[in-house]
Design a protein around this ligand. Structure first.
Ligand SMILES: [Zn+2]
Length: 236
């Protein structure tokens, strides 16, 4: 049997906050299980109405500390105008080659936000590009075993995930990480009643997926490839 790669996950998030919203609890579980989790924001997420590059970076750093991420970086691709270009593909592929993750995570499609759509497609193409030889890209070729998609969609859809992860034990950690983004969900709301709306939204969503498998909170995930289980012990 092929030797498994190191327990390292690379999350490629369109903006700071998407990964925390989609998989903050699963990040906590991976870390607690001895995985290294590297979060790469593709863009700095700015401009936004109540943010600035400095504020957003400080919020991202705070969230990284709450989650105790192994590492967090920003690839500084253009926010709002993120595209799946050959140039950007090489930038993301070099990050994959540098960190050599076993698994990649990115945002699921469909989505209404063009950055999310292009990020998801960019990661698929960068995964393939990362294994190429005879290129001018830095670092040795690498091909992550899987791309797993988290749910941070701007589309108001009824998503049907491939699997869900019980994140009940990580719930406070996930919420605290999202609360780091004051400029995105609190300070940008004129109506005081709307401040922090994301918490109720995410709580309802994860509570719903939790009920489907008999736990309190679960995060939904998607995959284009078959998901295999090493054993049945972890089935809920
Ligand atoms: Zn986003």
């Amino acid at each position: 049997m092929e030797k498994k790669m190191k327990k390292r996950a690379l999350i490629l998030s369109p903006h700071p906050d998407d990964a925390e919203i989609g998989m903050g609890g699963t990040i906590g579980k991976l870390l607690d299980d001895g995985w290294e989790v590297i979060l790469a924001d593709l863009t700095n997420g700015e401009p936004t109405p109540a943010g600035s590059i400095e504020i957003r970076a400080a919020e991202a750093e705070k969230a990284a500390q709450v989650l105790n991420l192994t590492k967090r970086i920003c690839l500084n691709l253009p926010n709002r105008y993120l595209e799946n270009t050959l140039e950007n593909r090489k930038i993301v592929a070099e990050a994959i080659r540098e960190f050599k993750p076993r698994w990649l995570f990115t945002t699921a499609l469909p989505d209404a936000h063009p950055d999310h759509i292009h990020a998801s497609e960019l990661v698929v193409d960068a995964r393939f590009t990362a294994k190429l030889t005879k290129t001018d890209m830095a670092f040795e070729p690498h091909y992550p075993e899987k791309i797993i998609y988290f749910y941070a969609s701007h589309l108001r859809q009824h998503a049907n995930p491939r699997f869900v992860v019980d994140v009940t034990s990580q719930w406070e950690r996930k919420i605290a990480a999202i609360e780091a983004y004051q400029s995105q969900f609190w300070l940008n709301q004129q109506d005081p009643a709307q401040r922090g709306w994301i918490i109720e939204h995410i709580t309802a969503q994860c509570r719903y997926y939790g009920t489907r498998v008999g736990v309190k909170y679960a995060e939904p995930f998607f995959s284009h490839e078959l998901v295999g289980l090493g054993n049945l012990d972890s089935l809920l």
